[in-house]
Design a binder for this molecule. Structure first.
Ligand code: IDP
Ligand code: MG
Length: 149
């Protein structure tokens, strides 16, 4: 039983969820960003090109609904297709947040995806889950169990 729980825990902490946001797709940066993701040792477990509806974006970003930028965020995230993906690597959530860099590209470290490809704090190229729990919730929002094996 303990072995099973340990394995389950390991499985969860080994995955994160990402979106290549509409600006990345518009600018033709899908390939370059996926290259960085692969080069950093992440395996793509599930992936699709899709577009979020207003309701999808409002639900996905519900935690930010009282923030002044919420309307702008929903407009941005729904204006064109995104690439949604589930990624696997040891320590996935933390390592992926390090790979993408700070929310504001002006504060993002050299070589990070946001430093390289983001335009502004709003149009910042990629999403990365901020916890194992959210990685799991966000993956389930975009993919069914049979997509993520
Ligand atoms: P994160 O994506 O780095 O986790 P959050 O604070 O969770 O950053 O914000 C979610 C998203 O909302 C950001 O990625 C960005 O697109 C947008 N956002 C965050 N802060 C601002 C802001 O101050 N102005 C405009 N948009 C923002
Ligand atoms: Mg966040």
């Amino acid at each position: 039983m303990h072995q099973i729980l340990r394995n389950l825990d390991k499985m969860i902490t080994n995955r994160t969820f990402t979106m290549l946001k509409p600006d990345s797709v518009e600018k033709g940066n899908i390939g370059a960003i996926l290259e960085k993701i692969n080069a950093a040792g992440f395996k793509i477990v599930a992936m699709k090109l899709t577009q979020m509806t207003r309701r999808d974006a409002e639900t996905f970003y519900a935690i930010h609904k009282e923030r002044p930028f919420f309307g702008e965020l929903v407009e941005y995230m729904t204006r064109g297709p995104i690439v949604a993906a589930v990624l696997e690597k040891e320590n996935a959530v933390e390592d992926f947040r390090a790979l993408i860099g700070a929310t504001n590209p002006e504060e993002a470290a050299e070589g990070t995806i946001r430093k390289l490809y983001a335009t502004s704090i709003s149009e910042n190229a990629v999403h990365g889950s901020d916890s194992d729990e959210n990685a799991s919730i966000e993956s389930a929002f975009h993919f069914s169990g049979r997509d993520t094996f």
